[in-house]
Design a protein around this ligand. Structure first.
Ligand code: NAD
Length: 446
């Protein structure tokens, strides 16, 4: 479904009218294209904490130009930055938060369109004193406000880095065009092992990935991005979607596996297939999902049960079967697809929102248990994404979903897929227990 309003607002007469009426002006978001540099310009680093020096060196090693805030300004040139990175780990009390103002105030207008803001902090639960935890917790309000304020496709995100956390995959994701629709998020990076890939464009080389619901929509794009990054993808969907599934699997030189995840023998058949063909599976993406919308008073058991079963219970059953058979090796990645409806709730979606909140619970409860096995568990929570699912929405609900976010537009399936690929990377070993919303900083669930 095309966004006709965004096309109109980008046209000559549309731009003028939209500005005069004070209507949202959706920026054109820059998305990853093979061969593009990580960032289109320099990064300005500010702040004074335990990470700043290391981040500068890391960015240097990624061939990113790093600018020093102490550099005297050239009066003949507006200093433009592709990103502002602020190390806030040195802030140990609320008075220290003034450092945010001191850095961002003079540079607030210096960003390129689709610029990036990343603030680095210490997880409040790891802080030495209540005063430090308070100050670190405060960073979230700052970052989410910047995300709403800067506009022009700028994203702002907060990374809570544990001591010894390897931040490379997270910075590569948040600073690049791969995170075009990820804004206002807090990502926690722990000390887990991060394996640096030989080629950052193909970090999933030699990995086997399973993507459920891969015949179309978000699942098909997840399969595409994981394949682009080097994985062999087993594309799974219901037999009724067999033709579309084969088309996707053939396009990607992957495998098509027809299976209804609600069938009693589905976990066993899946485990058997992965064992026999691939000896296991490195990356499992639970993307299959359905809606059966009705208010609770009108909802039938036939509309409640399948939504919970497909969206939540099948994820649990598949994880249990694969883990029981030891089919997910050390370095494995379990990735769920939740929804902002699971965070904010939604009228007419008690069944769906329950299932998606359950996916978040699954991530949070399983991640610590699997940490010792070197397996990470994370989820994406998409907001309004342009797919067949959202094209079926009533027109006003659809328009609200598209506009009520910092980007004034819906996301694309590829935005969800890039976030899944970030979780899947061998370099993201310290990223576990996270739920990252891919929602352009939607007002729902914010
Ligand atoms: P979609 O309906 O286009 O695709 C879902 C796929 O899952 C379909 O191919 C379907 O056949 C498959 N599937 C359904 N039941 C299955 C079963 N029992 N066994 C195997 N496969 C099954 O949906 P989409 O918009 O691409 O959404 C993908 C995921 O993202 C879902 O989990 C959805 O809840 C979630 N999500 C989507 C949005 C959005 O805006 N589109 C927002 C939030 C969350």
């Amino acid at each position: 479904m095309s966004d006709r309003y965004a096309s109109f607002a980008a046209s000559g007469p549309g731009r003028a009218l939209v500005k005069r009426l004070g209507l949202p002006q959706p920026p054109r978001l820059r998305r990853y294209r093979a061969g593009d540099p990580l960032l289109p310009g320099p990064v300005l680093i500010g702040g004074n904490g335990r990470l700043g020096g290391a981040i500068g060196k890391l960015l240097d090693s990624m061939a990113v130009e790093v600018r020093d805030p102490g550099e005297p300004a050239d009066p003949n040139r507006i200093a433009l930055n592709a990103a502002l990175v602020f190390d806030a780990t040195g802030i140990t009390r609320s008075a220290g938060l003034r450092a945010l103002y001191d850095f961002f105030h003079p540079h607030a207008r210096s960003l390129y369109p689709c610029g990036r803001v990343v603030v680095l902090g210490t997880p409040p639960e790891r802080c030495a004193t209540p005063a430090e935890a308070t100050a670190q917790r405060a960073l979230g309000g700052f970052v989410r406000s910047v995300g709403k304020e800067f506009g022009r496709g700028t994203t702002a995100n907060l990374v809570y880095a544990a001591p010894d956390a390897d931040l490379e995959s997270t910075l590569r994701f948040l600073l690049s065009d791969r995170s075009a629709y990820v804004c206002g998020q807090e990502i926690r990076v722990g000390p887990g092992p991060a394996t640096v890939p030989a080629d950052w464009d193909r970090p999933l080389a030699d990995k086997v990935a399973l993507v459920t619901g891969a015949a179309r929509g978000i699942g098909a794009d997840i399969a595409r991005v994981l394949t682009r990054q080097g994985a062999h993808v087993v594309c799974l969907d219901v037999p009724a979607a067999g033709e579309a599934l084969s088309t996707v699997a053939n396009e990607l030189a992957g495998t098509a596996f027809q299976l209804d995840l609600t069938a009693a023998d589905a976990p066993a058949r899946l485990a058997e297939h992965l064992q026999a063909r691939h000896g296991g599976v490195d990356i499992v993406v639970h993307n299959a999902g359905i809606t059966r919308d009705k208010t609770i008073a009108r909802l039938t058991p036939e509309q409640w049960d399948p939504v919970l079963d497909v969206n939540l219970s099948s994820q649990e059953r598949v994880n249990e079967a694969l883990l029981a058979e030891d089919l997910v090796p050390r370095g494995g990645r379990l990735i769920g697809v939740a929804s902002i409806a699971g965070i904010a709730g939604n009228r007419g979606q008690t069944n769906y929102a329950t299932s998606k909140a359950g996916v978040i619970g699954l991530v949070q409860s399983t991640a610590p248990i699997l940490a010792g096995s070197g397996i990470t568990v994370n989820a994406v929570a998409p907001g309004f994404i342009e797919t067949a699912m959202t094209a079926r929405m009533p027109v006003f609900v659809r328009e609200a979903g598209r506009r009520l976010n910092s980007m004034s537009q819906g996301g694309l399936p590829v935005d969800v897929a890039e976030t899944v690929a970030y979780f899947a990377s061998p370099a993201s070993g310290g990223v576990t227990g996270n739920v990252v919303r891919v929602c352009g900083q939607s007002l729902l669930g914010a």
